[in-house]
Design a protein around this ligand. Structure first.
Ligand code: CMP
Length: 140
């Protein structure tokens, strides 16, 4: 077991649903805690930088446009195996394939508007956390 940090995002579609309490309840129930948190409306360059790994994918333009359509809630979650625990709470990328009870099944609408993001590995978590937060914004 390792204490990890992951970048967690509630995307604009899920922010609009006004279900922050239910999301935080799931986070706390899984033994994770937010050590940084903010609500921001990403600029197009910020969204493009965040998803740079997907730059050549056909959905890149639509994805980065969607991510700037409204405010997102962005967090750093800390806890034992935080990366896989948060991804487990989210379920599969496509809400249609996500397991019952997962956040994407409950609140996601489509493979693009899937409500949430979670880092997939420690190196991507490091990149994504530093892309979204300055050091003084993280307090453990
Ligand atoms: P996320 O976990 O944030 O990582 C990359 C995002 O790209 C993903 O969630 C979806 O929002 C989006 N995405 C992945 N695959 C597709 C796809 N086939 N079509 C549209 N959007 C996608």
């Amino acid at each position: 077991m390792a204490t990890e940090r992951t970048l967690a995002m509630i995307k604009p579609d899920a922010v609009k649903l006004n279900v922050l309490g239910e999301v935080f309840s799931a986070i706390e129930g899984a033994g994770l805690r937010p050590v940084a948190l903010k609500r921001v409306r990403l600029s197009r360059p910020q969204a493009e930088g965040f998803y740079a790994v997907h730059r050549d994918r056909p959905f890149f333009n639509d994805l980065t446009a969607f991510m700037t359509e409204g405010p997102a809630v962005i967090m750093v979650l800390e806890g034992e195996n935080a990366i896989s625990v948060w991804r487990g709470l989210l379920g599969a990328t496509n809400p249609a394939d996500a397991e019952d009870g997962t956040l994407r099944k409950r609140f996601g609408a489509s493979i693009q508007c899937n409500g949430f993001h979670g880092s997939d590995a420690t190196d991507t978590a490091g990149f994504e956390i530093s892309h979204m937060f300055g050091g003084v914004e993280i307090a453990d």
